[in-house]
Design a protein around this ligand. Structure first.
Ligand code: 5GP
Length: 139
């Protein structure tokens, strides 16, 4: 498997070299909105320390990220009035991974909804408004 490269987009977001709509952070993890949301409230949970994906992550990185995945999943249920949550995670390009810093997708769902196709830029104002609702539900 390839080595971790610190020029990936999420590493740049962590270093504040690229903007992101941040929702939550603690000592070990960061949550920000996906810029191409497949559902309203689509956000990403990443560790603050480097690893490509589940295959090279330490038990500590996985534990801290999953703890945050659960916390934010509960917040989207409450803050966005979601009825369910889809959690996605991809490993290496053949596994569907495009950004090589470990991340979990949180996709708020409602009965009968259909995910938007990947790769469609979202409306930044709308993403910011949804992020605000998630933040409030975390408080
Ligand atoms: P994956 O690697 O799991 O296939 O997906 C990477 C995700 O990162 C995609 O859902 C994509 O929309 C998102 N993404 C790609 N570039 C950026 C970016 O610059 N900012 C943010 N916030 N998300 C991004």
């Amino acid at each position: 498997m390839a080595e971790y490269q610190d020029d990936n987009i999420f590493a740049k977001i962590l270093r504040d070299e690229l903007p992101a709509t941040r929702v939550f952070e603690d000592d070990d993890t960061l949550v920000f909105m996906d810029i191409m949301p497949r559902a309203d409230g689509h956000c990403l949970v990443i560790p603050k320390t480097p690893c490509r994906n589940v295959l090279d992550a330490s038990p500590e990185q996985l534990a801290s990220v999953m703890n945050t995945v659960q916390k934010v999943s509960k917040a989207v249920m409450k803050g966005l009035d979601a009825e369910g949550v889809t959690i996605q995670q991809f490993n290496e390009a053949p596994g569907g991974q495009e950004v090589f810093h470990l991340h979990f997708h949180i996709l708020p769902r409602r009965q009968g909804d259909v995910l938007r196709p990947p790769g469609q830029m979202g409306d930044l104002d709308q993403i910011a408004a949804v992020a605000d609702k998630i933040r409030k539900a975390l408080d």
